[in-house]
Design a protein around this ligand. Structure first.
Ligand code: FES
Length: 508
């Protein structure tokens, strides 16, 4: 098996039984905030696109790049489709001309031609744009687990179905807007950033341990930010509060913890595998990039400036009719469909859009103007009106997959993270909101227990059911679940990270 990095989460997997192209991403994503790092635009995309199978792990725009898929990828390729609750991914691929779909069943091993394939589909509203996935592929000699940025909770199925994993490709770096966009003091922000950076890498190491692959490739990020306004987000000046550490930083973390099996890959690097044996070749010395990172980014920014400008030229104008009515038309019918999510949000949310402020009054299920004297909203966003006009014009069903991941906004909140709020913003269609409402309505099984440092706690995390015997870490009377870094006070069971989500715990 030959695994070639094609940048970010993208890989080309060549086997004797055919080739699989995974998550090809080249064009800037999220309002042209994110570019692949290192640059992959010079790869031979026509050759890469001539594949037998296509795997798009999910619809986030650094994984699903319609322009690249449309221009380069063989439309007769068989799409290996994750088992998602909403059909958006299939619809988007059909619209681009793909017509052969192999519909997998979640966590079930399938025989496709002469390959064994399994896709682990994560289906909680919090997983990607309602759906994120990882692909396992075996040609009988070598097994590759492309986990990209998915966060599977059950690793046993992987070992039961495939035994030893030879190569494991996974995300370790940040891919979020927290804490950078928040209106909090600089020092606090930097401390939150440090925690976030470390937790992301701890989580990746925990997966590496649990999966126990022979070789590990840090991938699926970080992106690079080339717009002048966003360049401060790049980890190129030794800032420990930066949430976007690169491959070199993570490989060093692995080594510090005795994990010597990391492989560095850049776009065009190939790993030739025969079971556990590997040989890696690079298109050029990778350290030329990482040792001179700031200069590399500067040069890349100049080279790709025309794409950034072209992308910005497609945005809707900032000026126009007031946004209250279109936002009312969009949000109110969705609010009416989900008491659970509206009550979970629990407060009016302020949207400051240039000179106009629009209030999403979730308790009352209405979108309205501010009421004099109502003060600062508990949750709020300051967003450039051109971005909001663009997502409205494009009928974008997911503001996370457009505005929020762009980091081109500011936010504030009183108290912890509100999962219901961001879920609402990624469910801007009838199908999605109905699914999320139903998902929250299901009661989670918390009957099993596990023991952690003198505490008996429920085994499954109240957030997304991670196995706390593997992901739970106790310090004093605080439990941290390393899957997403949420925390609980063990004395009271109260979730310190988000509203609701109580945990059952008792001191032994
Ligand atoms: S599953 Fe998300 S924090 Fe535990």
């Amino acid at each position: 098996m030959q695994v070639t990095s094609i940048g970010h989460a993208g890989f080309h997997i060549q086997t004797k039984a055919g080739s699989i192209l995974c998550d090809p991403w080249v064009n800037p994503a999220y309002f042209a905030s994110w570019f692949p790092f290192p640059d992959n635009s010079e790869l031979d995309w026509a050759a890469l696109g001539n594949c037998d199978y296509l795997y798009v792990s999910h619809l986030h725009k650094d994984h699903f790049d319609p322009a690249t898929l449309s221009k380069y990828v063989n439309k007769d390729a068989t799409v290996l489709l994750p088992d998602y609750p909403v059909p958006d991914l299939q619809r988007e691929l059909e619209a681009l001309g793909f017509h052969k779909f192999f519909e997998t069943e979640d966590s079930v091993k399938h025989r496709v031609g002469d390959l064994d394939i399994m896709i682990i589909a994560l289906r909680a509203p919090a997983d990607g744009p309602i759906g994120d996935s990882g692909l396992v592929v075996s040609d009988g000699e070598t097994t590759c687990f492309n986990m990209n940025d998915a966060r599977p909770v059950d690793m046993d199925v992987l070992h039961e179905q495939f035994g030893t994993i030879d190569i494991h490709l996974l995300q370790y770096s940040g891919a979020i807007w927290y804490p950078m966009v928040y209106d909090i003091p600089r020092r606090t922000k930097s401390n939150f950033g440090k925690q976030k950076r470390q937790r992301g890498m701890d989580r990746a190491r925990s997966y590496i341990e649990q999966i126990g692959a022979t070789w590990v490739v840090p991938s699926a990020g970080p992106p690079v930010f080339l717009d002048d306004d966003l360049r401060y987000l790049n980890d190129d000046r030794g800032d420990e509060g930066n949430i976007f550490p690169d491959q070199i930083v993570f490989l060093e973390q692995m080594r510090l913890h005795g994990q010597d099996n990391g492989l560095l890959m850049i776009p065009g690097s190939t790993a030739d595998l025969r079971g556990a044996e590997v040989s890696v070749t690079h298109p050029s010395d990778p350290m030329e990039i990482f040792d001179n990172k700031a200069a590399y980014i500067e040069e890349m920014a100049k080279r790709r400036a025309p794409e950034l400008a072209a992308e910005k030229a497609t945005w809707a104008p900032a000026e126009g009719e007031p946004l209250l009515e279109p936002l009312k038309a969009l949000f109110e019918p969705l609010m009416a469909q989900t008491d659970l999510i509206c009550d979970g949000i629990g407060y009016p949310v302020g949207l400051v859009l240039g000179n106009e402020t629009v209030v999403l009054d979730f308790p009352k299920r209405v979108v309205r103007e501010p009421i004099e004297g109502e003060g600062k909203y508990r949750y709020g966003f300051r967003i450039a009106p051109e971005l909001v006009r663009t997502v409205l014009r494009d009928n974008e069903p997911d503001w996370v997959n457009s505005i929020f991941l762009s980091t081109r906004f500011e936010a504030w909140r009183v108290g912890g993270y509100n999962e219901f709020l961001y879920t609402f913003f990624k469910c801007l269609s009838d199908e999605r909101i109905a699914y999320a409402d139903g998902w929250f309505a299901e009661t989670h099984d918390d009957s099993a227990s596990t023991e952690l440092d003198g505490w008996e706690v429920q085994r499954r995390c109240p957030h997304l059911k991670a196995d706390l015997s593997k992901f739970g870490v106790v310090e004093g009377s605080t439990l941290t679940c390393n899957l997403h870094g949420w925390q609980w006070d063990l004395e009271s069971g109260r979730c310190k990270t988000s509203r609701g989500h109580e945990l059952r715990a008792r001191k032994l």
